[in-house]
Write a protein that binds this ligand. Structure first.
Ligand code: ARG
Length: 275
């Protein structure tokens, strides 16, 4: 075969290949089953980590453990909007993203921030809550821990694989950062004195303070929350535009009718009631 014929042949083949790529690309979006699959099985499976009041926590009802909280109230509404039942699956926070990727759950709501790093693995909806971070310490020690320097060599807790861990590493580099998978353990260790403080989102810290009167307070040291670590969103698998659109619709509705604010209040009240 002549060189030019080979060249021509190669062009034809690569054009055909490109064409098929474009076609499958188009096919993908029109055959997006992300929402339909949930509607067909009539069940939305939510992955969460119920160690995080007021976002999600466990209560006892009629001798049975129940998962409740802000995220659950929102998810119930989302399931209702889809016309399906809600099933809640409880997992340790650091495993949630892989559970979602492995299709063990349909969505993740766990007070989870849509960080740039997580965006590489999964997609996120619009945000339904904005966070800031503080250092939660034992009552009476707020003034003692007033600067970053005051925490030098101190044991400071942060939940593993969270934005709090990142903030600790960056902003409290001189402290001795202790990470654990479970958030509740960390707050208990502040109470017993094993930890000098724990990095926590403000609404979470406020909740710990209110539900344990006289035991905790917020330290005077100021922590910064980078803009990319503030927005809490729902995680979905990549390439699921139909599901994402449906979720965004529910979030917008709950934002507009004021239910998001009501749900946060309700979740906080629920937690105080059970104490
Ligand atoms: N907002 C932080 C993050 O996204 C922590 C969330 C922890 N959630 C939980 N259910 N324990 O990394």
């Amino acid at each position: 075969m002549k060189k030019t014929t080979i060249k021509k042949l190669l062009t034809v083949v690569s054009v055909a290949f490109l064409g098929s790529l474009i076609l499958t690309g188009c096919g993908k979006s029109s055959s997006d089953q992300s929402l339909k699959q949930i509607q067909d099985k009539k069940e939305l499976v939510l992955g969460t980590s119920a160690d995080y009041p007021p976002f999600e926590f466990t209560t006892m009802k009629d001798g049975k453990k129940q998962i409740v909280g802000y995220d659950i109230l929102i998810a119930q509404q989302i399931a209702k909007d889809m016309g399906v039942k809600l099933k809640v699956v409880n997992t340790a926070f650091p495993s949630l993203i892989s559970e979602l990727q492995d299709k063990k759950v349909d969505i993740v709501m766990a007070g989870m921030v849509s960080t740039d790093q997580r965006k590489k693995a999964v997609d996120f909806t619009k945000s339904y809550y904005k966070n800031s971070n503080v250092l939660l310490v034992k009552k009476g020690e707020a003034a003692k821990y007033n600067t970053v320097a005051s925490l030098k060599g101190k044991a400071v807790g942060a939940q593993q694989s969270t934005t709090q861990e990142k903030i600790g590493k960056k902003q409290l580099a001189a402290a001795n950062l202790v990470t654990e998978a479970n958030f509740t353990n960390l707050t208990n260790e502040v109470k017993t004195g094993t930890l000098s403080g724990v990095i926590a989102e403000k609404v979470v810290a406020d909740n710990v303070i209110k539900s344990n009167p006289g035991q905790y307070e917020i330290a005077q040291v100021k922590l910064k929350t980078p803009a990319s670590d503030a927005p809490v969103s729902i995680a979905v698998r990549k390439n699921s535009p139909a599901l994402k659109k449906q979720l965004n619709k529910s979030i917008t509705k709950l934002q507009k009718n004021g239910d998001l604010d009501k749900f946060m209040q309700k979740a906080q009240d629920l937690q105080l009631e059970q104490k």
